[in-house]
Design a protein around this ligand. Structure first.
Ligand code: SAH
Length: 260
């Protein structure tokens, strides 16, 4: 929680927690685009595309608080304090995050810190990676013939064994795993130990909605080798369930056809 107090009488700026979507700038909401184009100060994650940041005014101040699994540029507390300090100084802050701010984006923590300091907060939703990736790879997350439930989980190593995923994956259900490529092997082992069939289809979608997107398909038992052989890197999502094997389409061929 922030220890910064509002200065008497000054009207604080608003902190806008804005979803930047999965990459393609066309997937910004109009509200997000308008905020980015008018911002004086943008505090952004590493996942936000340069093309989106390029929409800001030349005079806008851009502050990166990029985090990577191994290297923390600014701890969460430091980000919260930065947002609060700027807002209490009277500046509106556009806090730009990949995907949606409230899906594995720590938006909840930032909103709490702002509210605790008396700073007004607005949240602008974004296309979360699961939705962007599913659309780009043409994998329906639900389908009347294949899945009526969809769950989003985080697969980063910390806490993986403590998470209870039983019942989230299986026949008629789709499981989407964020931040799971580094722990793909442990994830497959965990799900198979929970009773999931080793032949359950999986899809790995890397850099969804960006020009360099790749969609790889296989079975749960082969997930770790699929990731390793193809040298899949973050950001990537893992989709597990029957939908991952439906109507396999060559999305790259479609994109090339559309571009003609
Ligand atoms: N708030 C974000 C998620 C942040 S967690 C959202 O709603 O999408 C970061 C994880 O999101 C990455 O490790 C990856 O699993 C996923 N991700 C983000 N952008 C992605 C993209 N373009 N393609 C595939 N996965 C992506």
């Amino acid at each position: 929680m922030s220890k910064i107090a509002p200065s008497a009488g000054a009207k604080p700026g608003t902190v806008f927690l804005v979803g930047a979507g999965p990459g393609d700038p066309d997937l910004l909401t109009l509200r997000a685009a308008r905020l980015v184009m008018n911002a004086k100060l943008i505090v952004h994650d590493g996942l936000v595309e340069p093309a989106i940041l390029a929409m800001a005014r030349p005079s806008a101040r851009l502050v990166s608080v990029a985090k990577s699994r191994s290297r923390h540029t600014l701890p969460q507390e430091g980000i919260n304090d930065l947002l609060v300090r700027e807002a209490l100084g009277g500046t509106d802050v556009v806090r730009l995050k990949g995907g949606d701010p409230f899906v594995f984006g720590r938006g909840g923590e930032e909103a709490e810190a702002c509210r605790a300091a008396g700073v007004p907060v607005e949240v602008v939703p974004g296309v979360s990676a699961a939705l962007g990736a599913a659309a780009a790879a043409q994998i329906p997350l639900t389908h009347r013939d294949a899945a009526s439930v969809v769950s989003f989980v985080a697969g980063q190593c910390k806490g993986l064994t403590d998470q209870n995923w039983s019942g989230l994956a299986g026949v008629g259900r789709t499981l989407v795993i964020y931040m799971g490529v580094a722990t793909a092997e442990a994830i497959a082992d965990k799900l198979i130990a929970d009773g999931l069939a080793p032949e359950m289809p999986v899809a790995v979608i890397e850099n969804a909605t960006r020009p360099e997107m790749r969609v790889l398909r296989g079975s749960l038992a082969a997930l770790a080798s699929l990731v390793a052989k193809n040298k899949v890197k973050s950001p990537a999502l893992i989709v597990i369930g029957e939908v991952a094997a439906r109507d396999e389409v060559d999305v790259r061929a479609i994109a090339l056809e559309a571009a003609k």
